[in-house]
Design a protein around this ligand. Structure first.
Ligand SMILES: Cc1ncc(C[n+]2csc(CCOP(=O)(O)OP(=O)(O)O)c2C)c(N)n1
Length: 629
């Protein structure tokens, strides 16, 4: 019996066991329903979209042919795993995906036994599946491990490290290489160029984005006749390419490969956005969506005159400085749209590098460019810079190279959840010698800090949040800042004790100002996490009874800790309250919900300060006595 009107089959398939019992001739109809369900649901709620339309047949074939969850499916990134979530008992909850308390945005071990590995950052699937295959060998269990990775995911070094090792171990595992010729934007790289030539030759490419010409005319016939040569070098037996939307073909080949010994790689060709015209025509626009019309694909018209996002502020700044200075170059690890680089990439194609999902390479490429006197700006999400940490220390900072890191999505990012929050950067950046670390409190400050970075003869980072700022008017001229100088943005009106000074970092200045109105606190926009304005901290400690540090970064080792270190070094004994992120991972929800949940919105900040002010050491009489003595 179906439990949703209009979905005769999908309503009956609640688990993979139901799917395996379904007569084979009903599977194509199920695929149609599954696709329609995705379109209707995501049209209503938004989320990752186009990639999921590309994995409908693959998800059905995998759960039909493998004994899940006993056999392990590891989805790379997990943004294309919605059909998998639907088929594994989570269809009704799909409505809640990415929302506070709802389904996780990507695969999540705690959510389902079918989610064998937590993902979000790309290119981990082959390593994880290799670990599972190696464990099965050690434990002598008959269990298959399958990694499903896109052509975008395959651009990362980590994927190749895993292939190299798994091939060497001769593990019984299967890698499914889901090639749709797209990352979020067009996929890049020599491997992509080769694949595109192969698709052309085999006439496998159909969707408009597949018609993009390969970047070079050079045709290596020998390679095209043996498309799996590269994977075979790694010890994998190559199969394909096959049409990843042909259920019969997929099931036939997966049934064969299920019992094959040794490392196997199946190359499937799919269309991102398959079955939904607007998404097939523009898979970039439909990679991740807000609500849209499930018939026409139209998005609600945006209200004009809204505030620009920090991403847009950065993109405009970059175009402006690149026009003035031809040594400015920009690098993105596969995040052209998300990082605001679309206009720049068109205006300055010679000075634009999309390196693929290769954060480590992005950082060291920047170092190399800087060695030759260019001014590289590495535009990277805070969470993805985690991938390039050694490169940042070893290749950039030790050599004191002038590379500017434009760190987007600092702090809590909202719906993408724990894997994507940029809440560790202030801690992991400030401990690196030579680094200058800045966090803007508004859009003007952001531009000034970026320009400051360009003037520094060493590495620097400007870390800004997702979304919009306060909407301040932009200065006509972008003036660089004095390094390490904070600014007072609110003086106290009266001088009643206990006196409170809030030392706020980045976007925490705004809610701090709101809270300060109630308790008449001084508010300082610290601007620099490193170097800190030690003189300002010294003065504030002398003039106030309580210092409050506020940051949207982990409290541990963050900007507040840095202030504590300065106070200790100066032997200043003033009460301090450090506010920031607690020592546990924050899940998904809107940024506002999450900030309120952890008490970093204005009311939460106020509550924490008022609570601290109720403690004995800040009692008015104690303070009065202290100052009388
Ligand atoms: C380390 C890392 N960098 C960047 C991203 C952002 N990101 C999410 S999906 C994606 C594209 C993945 O392309 P592909 O694997 O081909 O999957 P498709 O969306 O084309 O199906 C990118 C760059 C990420 N998740 N992880």
């Amino acid at each position: 019996m179906t439990d949703i009107p209009g979905y005769a089959l999908l309503g009956r398939v609640k688990t993979p066991s139901d799917l395996r019992r379904l007569p084979a001739e009903e599977l194509p109809h199920l695929a149609v329903e599954l696709r329609r369900y995705l379109i209707e649901t995501l049209g209503r709620i938004g989320g990752h979209f186009a990639a999921n339309l590309g994995t409908v047949e693959l998800s059905l074939a995998l759960h039909r042919c493998f004994d899940t969850p006993h056999d392990r499916l590891v989805w790379d990134v997990g943004h294309q795993a919605y059909p998998h979530k639907i088929l594994t008992g989570r269809r009704e909850q799909l409505e809640t995906i990415r929302r506070l308390g709802g389904l996780a945005p990507f695969c999540h071990r705690a959510e389902s036994e079918y989610d064998t590995f937590g993902v979000g950052h790309s290119s981990t699937s082959i390593s994880a599946a290799a670990g599972m295959a190696a464990a099965a060998r050690i434990k002598q269990e008959k269990r298959r491990a399958v990694a499903i990775i896109g052509d975008g995911g395959m651009t990362a070094g980590m994927a190749f490290e895993a292939l190299n090792h798994a091939g060497h171990l001769n593990l019984d595992m299967l890698v499914i290489y889901n090639d749709n010729d797209m990352s979020i934007s067009e996929n890049v790289g020599a491997m992509r160029d080769h694949s595109a030539r192969l698709m052309k030759k085999l006439a496998l490419a159909q969707a408009p984005h597949h018609l993009r010409a390969p970047q070079t005319e050079h045709e290596n016939e020998a390679h095209l006749n043996n498309p799996g040569a590269m994977f075979e070098t790694f010890g994998f037996k190559y199969h394909g390419p096959v049409d990843g939307h042909d259920l019969d073909v997929l099931m036939k080949i997966l049934t064969q490969l299920r019992d094959a010994k040794g490392p196997q790689l199946l190359h499937i060709v799919t269309t991102k956005g398959k079955g939904f015209g607007p998404a097939e025509a523009d898979p970039i626009k439909y990679h991740g969506v807000t609500q849209f019309d499930p018939v026409t694909g139209a998005f609600p018209t945006k209200k004009s005159g809204g505030k620009p996002t920090y991403t847009e502020i950065f993109g405009d700044w970059l175009c402006q400085v690149a026009a003035e200075d031809e040594t400015v170059v920009a690098i993105t690890p596969a995040m052209r749209e998300g990082s605001g680089l679309v206009a720049y990439s068109k205006q300055f194609p010679q000075r634009y590098f999309d390196v693929g999902i290769a954060e480590q390479h992005a950082v060291t490429l920047g170092a190399g460019l800087a060695c030759e006197g260019l001014k590289p700006v590495v535009a990277i999400y805070s969470t993805f810079l985690q991938r390039g940490y050694d490169q940042l220390i070893h290749d950039v900072a030790i050599q004191n190279l002038p590379v500017v890191f434009a760190l987007d999505r600092g702090g809590l990012v909202g719906a993408d959840g724990a894997t994507h929050h940029g809440t560790f950067d202030l801690s992991f950046l400030r401990c690196i010698p030579n680094m200058v670390v800045m966090a803007p409190s508004d859009e003007n400050e952001c531009r000034r800090m970026l320009s400051t970075g360009l003037h520094i003869d060493g590495p620097s980072a400007v870390r800004y949040p997702r979304g919009t700022g306060s909407g301040v008017e932009l200065d006509a001229e972008i003036k660089p800042l004095t390094i390490g100088k904070a600014r007072i943005v609110r003086e106290a009106m009266g001088r009643r004790r206990p006196r409170v000074a809030i030392l706020a970092f980045g976007c925490m200045v705004q809610p701090s100002l709101e809270a300060a109105e109630i308790i008449d606190a001084v508010v300082v926009d610290m601007r620099f996490v490193k170097p800190l304005d030690a003189a300002m901290i010294h003065d504030l400690a002398n003039e106030n009874d309580l210092l409050v540090t506020i940051e949207d970064n982990a409290k541990m080792g963050g900007a507040g800790s840095a202030v504590n270190e300065v106070l200790m070094a100066q032997h200043m004994n003033v009460p301090v309250l450090n506010l920031g992120l607690p020592d546990h991972f924050i899940e998904h929800g809107t940024r506002e919900e999450l900030m309120a949940q952890i008490g970093l919105d204005a009311p939460g900040i106020l509550r924490s300060i008022q609570k601290r002010l109720r403690a004995k050491d800040l009692d008015e009489s104690v303070i009065a006595k202290k100052h009388a003595s």
